[in-house]
Design a protein around this ligand. Structure first.
Ligand code: R5P
Length: 287
């Protein structure tokens, strides 16, 4: 078994190797002035089970092509199996057509990864479960929910209510509420355009309670800020915000440094920069 890392989350790859007591494999990655990416494994991978760690995070198109050339090079280097550890699977929010003449990009990316030559995918908290079925190869779909629950239990939160920011996260919210033995509420979200979110309704009681908002990912932070403001207007206390993937684009961190957010609890599926005190990082390397 040999583990290699692309450039998107070397920190996590190192933690995984530390946990497995394996050295992180050597692979040279560079790009030509034209932007073309070049990779070269610096050690033999013949007959090896190769694991490539690469999050499909920002800049996603570059990270995706980097992963593709890593797969191709591993195939041509006679690896026995090629296993992709994709802690964050980007393009997952385009998992269905929401309007005519749109692509289903999550399926297209699955097709490309499989066609180029991978044998197995290990990933965490896909935006939508059915994406697992977009692959013709085995997918180990892990969840960070256990890590989040373990952390929340250390906080002894008074009068908690789990909040789903939209209908899509309702089942996860219900699951979390069951495990924390507390009620849950669901927000109804409308997106008038990309990167704009508005909350239209709340289903459930939140007044006087401490919200635990659960998300799969935080991108611009717009959804979370809207949810937090709506909760405040409905008499809730300051909120805990929990999400697996810290996409954090477009000054999301500044947006989330919000007076009504007690803590932002995210994981290391995506490498993110140092943040204010209210940000907490849980490691998925044990998973
Ligand atoms: C949407 O369905 C996702 O679960 C997230 O709610 C959303 O993509 C977060 O995006 P943003 O942080 O930009 O509002």
């Amino acid at each position: 078994t040999k583990v290699f890392s692309g450039t998107s989350n070397r920190k996590l790859a190192e933690k995984i190797c530390h946990r497995l007591e394996l050295p992180l494999g050597e692979v040279a990655i560079s790009s030509h002035s034209s932007g073309e990416i070049h990779v070269s494994y610096q050690e033999s991978i013949r007959n090896c089970d190769v694991f490539i760690v690469q999050a499909l995070s920002h800049p996603i198109n570059e990270k995706l092509v980097e992963l593709l050339v890593l797969i191709d090079a591993a195939k041509r280097g006679s690896a026995r199996t090629i296993n992709l550890v994709i802690p964050y699977y980007g393009y997952a929010r385009q998992e269905r057509k929401s309007a005519p003449r749109e692509p289903i990009s999550a399926k297209m990316v699955a097709d490309i990864l499989t066609t180029v030559g991978s044998n197995r995918i290990i990933t965490i908290d896909l935006h939508a479960d059915p994406i697992e079925g977009f692959f013709k190869i085995p997918v180990d779909h892990l969840t960070a929910l256990g890590l989040i629950i373990k952390y929340l239990k250390t906080k002894n939160i008074e009068n908690p209510v789990v909040v789903s920011p939209d209908a899509g996260r309702a089942t996860t919210a219900e699951q979390l509420a069951l495990l924390l033995n507390c009620p849950f509420a669901i927000m109804i979200k409308n997106r008038p355009e990309h990167n704009k979110a508005e909350i239209t309704h709340i289903i459930g009681d939140v007044a006087g309670m401490t919200p635990i908002i659960i998300e799969d990912l935080i991108d611009t932070g717009g959804t979370i800020v809207n949810v937090v403001n709506t909760l405040k207007n409905n008499g809730a206390k300051d909120a805990y915000v929990c999400a697996t993937h810290a996409v954090f684009s477009d000054n999301a961190m500044d947006r989330l440094d919000h007076p009504n957010i007690k803590e932002v609890v995210v994981t290391d599926t995506i490498e993110w920069l140092d943040a204010p005190d209210r940000f907490v990082e849980l490691s998925t390397s044990d998973l």
